[in-house]
Write a protein that binds this ligand. Structure first.
Ligand code: XMP
Length: 517
């Protein structure tokens, strides 16, 4: 792999993704890693990320200098560039000149590392310190008015660095810089892609599972669907998928799993119809956190029951009992739980397919090394339908937290009808890529006066909550075209009984969360 050494900024994940976009496998490691640990991973290259500190600040993150003696090609970015300069005997100074944002840089030397791009270009900068003098043996390749050494290279030791952030899209030729480093300077082939990730995972899964039986909990979402499909490719009918219909699904979602998913994968599916159980447990409940806890609890209960009966069957039947559970854990979860600071628990999220603690399964996690966009690419490669692969996020507790007030079947039907109109119209208007997700919310305990035909109505409002976001941590409301809003509003108020008003939520996150509960 190419190791991305994380100096404590949000940039490391972005760098890791850019390296993979160049078809080279990458892994993120903490800056506290030792040279011996690095060597043990046999990296093809190393990228030192940016970070928020100054190399002269006491307690600023350091690098084991032995890492630069391993003979492995290194690319230093921003803080990583300065760490490299300082460690190798150059000079880093606080000139008092900060550069932040888009900056014009001039390329000044000939070197494949910064080859095949214009000599003047806009790059993204964010630094206070600067490299004042490159270490001996290094060629200076770029400068700005306030940064004399903005890039350097040493082809003999295969060490390279840039002061700017090539991983962000604001750096015009950023991806080219990363690709040049990988393919031209370090000579790493571009041979990592969806097809060989699948092959590799299939082999791993077979080695882990042997002839054992496996189950996967499908949520209708991308991750569990792709995880299930890859495991099915590896072990076929040793896998059984369990899908809990909690009655809080949107229109057509059960069908997508039972028909489209099964048809495209051949997975053996058991649907647990738990609608009555969930609605019974939710009767009379209006508090959002209580709803979430009930839904989480009932989900685990139904999943456990289904799993237990499969286990019982498999003990009787041929072969070994069910021993493995598939989880759709992604790489960011792995990186973040490896020491990142936890974010406050704003809402008690429960992940459908989450691990019931007292069920003793060994985990199979075929997506552990992947980012979300890579999971989608693999899903496509495995032939999953676009409705599943391109699916926008949808909360585990489903429509249960989009009905403000008590949840019951009549209200669910109203919300399902409105939600279907919204989804159909947004897709038809070609807006799916621009929108992160668009919760549709029924204010079931609110009524307002309206007039329809020649009669007075006293109906409920539907709220549209279209948001744009990178990662759901922050979000802005999407400026949908008025014509699209007008059409949605007309269709909902004409076609959905009980609704006489459509309103638009224009709150960013923060302060509002994406979901209303
Ligand atoms: P909030 O409402 O906290 O939502 O801004 C952030 C993102 O998380 C989704 N969400 C959930 N996803 N289980 C999930 O799997 C949950 O309980 C849950 N609650 C919220 C929400 O749709 C948004 O994408």
């Amino acid at each position: 792999p190419v190791l991305v050494v994380d100096f404590g900024a949000q940039y490391a994940q972005l760098i890791a993704r850019r390296v993979r976009e160049a078809n080279v496998y990458s892994e993120i490691v903490p800056h506290t890693i030792s040279a011996a640990e690095v060597a043990a991973k046999k990296p093809a290259g190393i990228v030192l990320s940016g970070g928020p500190s100054s190399v002269y600040e006491p307690g600023s993150p350091e690098l084991d200098p032995g890492i630069l003696q391993l003979g492995v090609p290194v690319l230093g970015i921003c803080y990583g560039f300065q760490v490299m300069a300082k460690t190798l005997g150059g000079e880093v100074a606080n000139t008092g000149l900060r550069e932040y944002g888009s900056t014009d840089v001039k390329l000044t030397g000939e070197n494949a590392f910064l080859g095949e791009q214009p000599a003047e270009q806009a790059v993204w900068m964010s630094h206070g310190d600067s490299v004042a003098k490159a270490p001996e043996g290094f060629q200076v390749l770029a400068s700005t008015p306030s940064t004399p050494v903005a890039a350097f290279a040493n082809d003999e030791t295969r060490m390279y660095g840039v002061q700017w952030h090539p991983e962000v899209k604001h750096s015009q030729y950023g991806q080219k810089v990363i690709e040049n480093f990988l393919h031209r300077s370090a000579g790493i082939p571009a041979d990592w892609n969806s097809a060989n990730v699948i092959d590799e995972q299939v082999e791993r899964i077979r080695a882990q599972v042997g002839s054992g039986k496996v189950i996967v909990g499908l949520s209708g979402g991308v991750d569990s669907a792709v995880a299930g499909a890859i495991v099915h490719k590896a072990v076929g009918d040793q896998l059984t998928a369990i899908f809990v219909d909690h009655g809080l699904l949107r229109a057509d979602e059960r069908k997508q799993v039972e028909e489209d998913y099964v048809a495209s994968t051949g997975v053996r599916l058991v649907t647990v119809d738990a609608r009555e159980q969930f609605l019974g447990a939710l009767a009379g409940v209006t508090d959002p956190e209580t709803k979430r806890k009930i839904i989480g609890r009932e989900f685990i209960r139904s999943f456990e029951q289904a799993a237990a009966s499969l286990v019982a069957e498999s003990i009787e039947g041929p072969g070994e009992p069910v021993k493995f559970l598939v989880q759709g854990t992604l790489y960011p979860d792995v990186v973040e739980s490896g020491g990142g600071s936890g974010t406050a628990n704003i809402k008690s999220h429960h992940n459908v397919g989450g691990l019931p603690e007292d069920l003793q399964f060994e985990l199979v996690e075929p997506l552990r090394t992947l980012f979300k966009d890579e999971v989608r690419a693999i899903g496509r490669e495995l032939g999953l339908p676009e409705v599943i692969v391109a699916r926008q996020p949808f909360p585990g507790p489903g429509l249960g937290i989009r009905i403000i007030g008590e949840v019951n079947e009549e209200r669910l039907e109203i919300l399902r009808a409105a939600d279907k109109i919204v989804r159909t119209e947004l897709t038809a208007a070609g807006l799916d890529a621009e929108i992160w997700q668009c919760p549709v919310v029924l204010l079931a305990d609110v009524r307002s006066v309206g007039v329809q035909g020649d009669g007075r109505t006293y109906g409920h409002p539907i709220v549209l909550r279209p948001v744009s976001s990178e990662d759901a941590m922050t979000a802005d409301w999407t400026r949908l075209p008025y014509e699209v809003l007008a059409r949605i509003s007309n269709l909902i108020s004409n076609q959905v009984p009980g609704v006489n008003r459509v309103v638009l939520d224009v709150t960013s996150k923060p302060p509002g969360t994406i979901e209303w509960e």
